[in-house]
Design a protein around this ligand. Structure first.
Ligand SMILES: Cc1ncc(COP(=O)(O)O)c(C=O)c1O
Ligand SMILES: N[C@H](C=O)CCC(=O)O
Length: 419
């Protein structure tokens, strides 16, 4: 980006104040990130006055685009009533009713603040329910930044080349078993030898933190069958896919019912809100109904709930957006035909991999040429398009992207991939 003097200065200051200069590692674009001061519709605006078409969407929450008016209005209205009470609120009942109606797997729900919290407690709940110690995750799966899942983790961990984290005790991660995604044979052999120790398998039904990487036909159904046969709870981490691949998430799209579901991102309308939910007999183990403890000062905060209810009502009122978004990414994919690499999409999730065929798992995703990705990413930025700055992060389109945005994106993909 030519005009970036202010961003450069901000970053110089920020690096003195915060590790890596950022609040989350994926934002530390080198040699310096751009600083954003405004977001409207499909656009973000930098501190240096550059307008960008945003295909990052804050890493997933903004399916309605930036500053969506009904969501903003709901936040303003909630704000005028104060913003934190430390008591139950009517809005949590409204949002719980929407989530339960939309997800056949969810009979009860608990609101928390981040996706990391949701997956952390979902795992604790599975252990409490089954009395077993271990979990299975898929290699390259990302479930937030807590100890038990920071092993072979996707997202920033993979981008930085640090899929395991220092500071995590080997005693903890020895309870986290790994299998490749899309590989039922490895799963069967693991559960046949160790099924008695395994409380839950947690997976992103569509892997969003190395790609996207899509499930092979029948894979999720097989996983459901194998886990059920071995009394292993199945946790679908739908923090990305919830309301992203459609109302009802990946479980509805693929017709697979997990035991526990984690949701985040979109359900807060862009404010911090996450949830986990599942069958009543499992959820009733959560305190104070049962012995599995979870608590949070900011859990179910009124502003996030107001934003979430407004966002989900808007999504319901404009369901046709999913068809439109799917067509839009198909158009972008067509412009990538014949280019050296592979285009992968599901609805509004998409990515061009610098690898000859679409990856089916973590090992294959990591074979992508990240140097070529970086050169392509820079060219797209020069054209005024912000893609997540990693081969291993999904691009997201929003309902605010217009037909002309999609046309522009398509021609930019075609020309930047040819160059
Ligand atoms: C699939 C998935 N699960 C969990 C998380 C953790 O969510 P959060 O960043 O809100 O803690 C993320 C994203 O970070 C995610 O993509
Ligand atoms: N891929 C991550 C979430 O889905 C990116 C968000 C972050 O780590 O800041």
């Amino acid at each position: 980006m030519n005009n970036c003097e202010k961003s450069r200065e901000y970053y110089t200051t920020a690096r003195e104040l915060m590790p890596g200069g950022v609040s989350s590692p994926v934002r530390a674009i080198q040699p310096h990130p751009f600083y954003t001061v405004r977001g409207v519709g499909s656009r973000i605006y930098t501190a240096d006055g550059t307008e960008l078409i945003d295909c990052c969407g804050a890493y997933g929450p903004l399916i309605l685009g930036h500053a969506c008016k009904p969501v903003g209005d709901a936040i303003s209205s909630a704000l005028s009533d104060g913003w934190l009470y430390g008591t139950p609120t009517p809005a949590e009942i409204d949002l719980a009713q929407i989530l339960i109606a939309d997800h056949p797997s969810i009979e009860m729900v608990r609101f928390v603040t981040t996706g990391s919290e949701a997956t952390m407690v979902a795992i604790r709940l599975a252990r409490g329910y089954t009395g077993k110690s271990d979990i299975i995750k898929t290699e390259g799966g990302f479930h937030g930044a807590h100890d038990g899942v920071l092993v072979q983790a996707g997202s920033g961990c993979t981008t930085l080349g640090q899929p395991d984290s220092a500071g995590v005790l080997s005693d903890i991660v020895r309870h986290t078993r790994q299998v490749p995604y899309n590989d039922t044979e490895s799963l069967v052999s693991l559960v046949e030898t160790s099924g008695d120790e395994i409380a839950a398998m947690i997976l992103e039904p569509v892997m969003g933190n190395i790609g996207p990487v899509l499930p092979k036909p029948g894979y999720l159904q097989e996983v459901r069958k194998i886990t059920a046969e071995h009394d292993i709870l199945l946790i679908f981490d739908e923090v990305i896919t919830g309301y992203r691949v459609g109302i009802g998430g990946a479980q509805k799209l693929f017709g697979v019912t997990p035991d526990i579901t984690t949701l985040g991102k979109i359900i807060g309308g862009g404010l911090p809100l996450s949830a986990f939910g599942g069958k009543r007999k499992i959820m009733e183990l959560i305190a104070p109904a049962g012995p599995v403890y979870q608590a949070g000062t900011f859990s179910g905060n009124p502003l996030s709930l107001a934003a979430g209810v407004a966002a989900l009502r808007e999504i319901h009122a404009r369901k046709e957006m999913y068809t439109h978004l799917d067509k839009a990414t198909t158009v972008i994919g067509e412009s990538c035909q014949g280019k050296a690499g592979s285009f992968v999409k599901l609805g509004s999730m998409f990515k061009f991999f610098f690898r000859s065929s679409p990856p089916e798992n973590y090992a294959q995703a990591k074979e992508s040429d990240t140097i070529k990705f970086r050169a392509f990413w820079e060219k797209m930025l020069e054209k005024g398009i912000f893609l997540p700055p990693s081969q291993f992060e999904t691009n997201f389109l929003s309902a605010a992207h217009s037909d002309s945005d999609v046309e522009y994106l398509s021609s930019a993909y075609a020309s930047c991939l040819s160059a």
